[in-house]
Design a protein around this ligand. Structure first.
Ligand SMILES: Cc1cc2nc3c(=O)[nH]c(=O)nc-3n(C[C@H](O)[C@H](O)[C@H](O)COP(=O)(O)O)c2cc1C
Length: 163
């Protein structure tokens, strides 16, 4: 079984991209390949690969997914298909100064993916821009906790820890 991780990035000012790069560096030794893909222009077909997926997205507007993620997000509704083989994690970036819509970008993707039968591994990580923590550090730590659990689940093995 190939060990591939795809990190799909939704961003406005590239914080999510930096977080994705930190995950890539932190997990390089654990996978055969790690691919960071900006969400621009993607559709639901991106979930057809034999890979683990991380949705790494910020939130903008009034709790919206970033512009570069709109097409992929819409495609999950407009071209629905069963994604029961997909195992994914969510690293959501937001800011608690927006309490009503905190990290909604990630939460929205999670909701749509779950509706389509995809299975999230672990909890949704919510990075708060007002918390004073570095998103890159949090992303590296989270991904190193999350990946072994995701791999075990994908392989049908009992889960060892909780991310
Ligand atoms: C115009 C604007 C609107 C935002 N709206 C929200 C929001 O509704 N909810 C939230 O949790 N964060 C919101 N944020 C915070 C960003 O999601 C957060 O700063 C994030 O780290 C930015 O990541 P990015 O550089 O990858 O886009 C907003 C930021 C801006 C500039």
């Amino acid at each position: 079984m190939s060990k591939k991780l795809k990190i799909l990035v939704g961003t406005v000012t590239n914080t999510a991209q930096s977080a994705a790069q930190a995950m890539e560096m932190a997990c390089a030794h654990l996978m055969d390949s790690i691919e960071i893909q900006m969400m621009d222009g993607l559709g639901i077909g991106i979930f057809e690969e034999d890979a683990l997926y991380v949705i790494c997205t910020s939130t903008t507007g009034a709790g919206d997914v970033p512009d570069n993620a709109q097409q992929l997000y819409a495609s999950l509704s407009n071209e629905p298909r069963y994604l029961g083989a997909v195992r994914y994690g969510v690293f959501a970036l937001g800011d608690s100064v927006y309490p009503q819509t905190f990290c909604n970008g990630g939460l929205r993707f999670d909701e749509r993916l779950a509706d389509l039968g995809a299975v999230r591994v672990g909890g949704i990580f919510q990075h708060d821009a007002s918390a004073g923590t570095e998103p890159e550090v949090e992303a590296a730590n989270w991904s190193q906790r999350w990946l072994p659990e995701a791999q075990a689940l994908k392989a049908g093995l009992p889960q060892a820890t909780s991310a």
